[in-house]
Design a protein around this ligand. Sequence first.
Ligand code: NMX
Ligand code: MLT
Length: 435
Amino acid sequence: RSALKERLAQLIPKEIENVKAARIEHGKKSFGPVTVDQLYGGMRGLPALIWEGSVLDADEGIRFRGLTIPECQELLPKAPGGNEPLPEALFWLLVTGEVPTQEQVTDLSKDWAARAEIPSFVEEILDRCPPTLHPMSQFSLAVTALNHNSAFAAAYQKGIKKADYWEPTFEDTMDLIAKLPNIAGRIYRNVYGKGKVPAIDVNKDYSANLSTLLGFGDNEAFVELMRLYITIHSDHEGGNVSAHTGKLVGSALSDPFLAFAASLNGLAGPLHGLANQEVLLWLTKMADAIGVDATDEQVKQYAWDTLKSGKVVPGYGHAVLRKTDPRYTAQREFALKHLPEDKMFKLVGQIYNIVPNILLEAGKAKNPWPNVDAHSGVLLTHYGMKEMNFYTVLFGVSRAFGVGAALIWDRALGAPLERPKSYSTESIKKMFAGK
Ligand code: NMX
Ligand code: MLT
């Protein structure tokens, strides 16, 4: 058993008792009324899910097991000479609620490197995809196909007991995360003609290997960016489309590969993860139209034109957040440190000073501030990864950490099949007739 699995095995019985106690004490308490508008309104604010890894505050942003992003940057182990947290450490935190030691993190890096190979038939599936098939579709196809070797699916067929579900779920989640660099690297190299995927180095951390497989391993600043990127995109509580979809599909006891492939299909939507691609597209078109050194007035006009043509300003707004996303701020700070003179970064900063006021004036968006996707693309572009329709794949690699941790805990805590109640408009009208 790995050190992480050992620790989990110790934590699970205590957590089962903790949940039991919470339910005995609070189980019958109400969150307040549910309104009909919430059913029509995408369930905004509707308390509906348990998600242990992180909680999102509208003003403050995300906390991973109670820690803010700056706290994670301070407390989580880093690579030798590095400044950003290692995503291995973030995964340990998400799974256990504890900050790991350097040794535990190194153990995880080695474990993932040892599991990194993907079956040859999955390589063939990817090699046969036309380069015109969107990288997210290729990603989802490959992850679905990993279900072929699922430990959970095999154990379920053999009649595993419910109390033991978490063990093969843990193994599948570890395999899933470990194999993502090979999948992402292969898609990137196939689609953009970047040559063969090199081998994983068992002595390197996850982000260093991911960077190498993508072709950027020699650039230490890019590797540091990957460490930050994977840490901050990993989890955003349970209600966002990718997290909720993974949890929902996992609740049918579909294995972690099937559940996470469903997450990826949600992440591929332009209002969710694909927004990082949309932002770069929008910025590039803006730079083409008015130049990277445009005046504030020109940027303002460009943003108004976007709104007036019926489109959203990508990277702005959020279903929960009501202030600037701390993930945006973390990336801005990275840029100020590593690429302060980059023209596209400066344009992103200029937009930050202009777009919120425009969205406020337009009067529709409840949150005029930037989200995580407003910033990520310019950082990747700076280091030479200019292929914007690949960007959401990197978001997906990271999101596997949060969804995977949640799947492990759902099976450990015996989470039931999700099956909320739905209503038709007619049934609502009848129900409230005369009330
Ligand atoms: N540009 C233009 N209009 C907007 C924007 C925006 N950035 N954000 C919200 N609105 C509109 C929204 O389309 C809606 O219009 P209508 O009533 O005509 O349907 C109205 O404002 C109210 O929407 P909200 O309640 O503020 O936002 P909601 O919770 O429904 O949606 C987002 C949240 C994130 C989907 C929305 O803000 C948006 O479309 N943003 C741009 C896309 C984006 O950046 N998505 C990435 C989110 C983060 N992620 O990684 O997933
Ligand atoms: C996310 O990271 O999942 C996005 O910010 C969307 C959300 O939280 O709803």
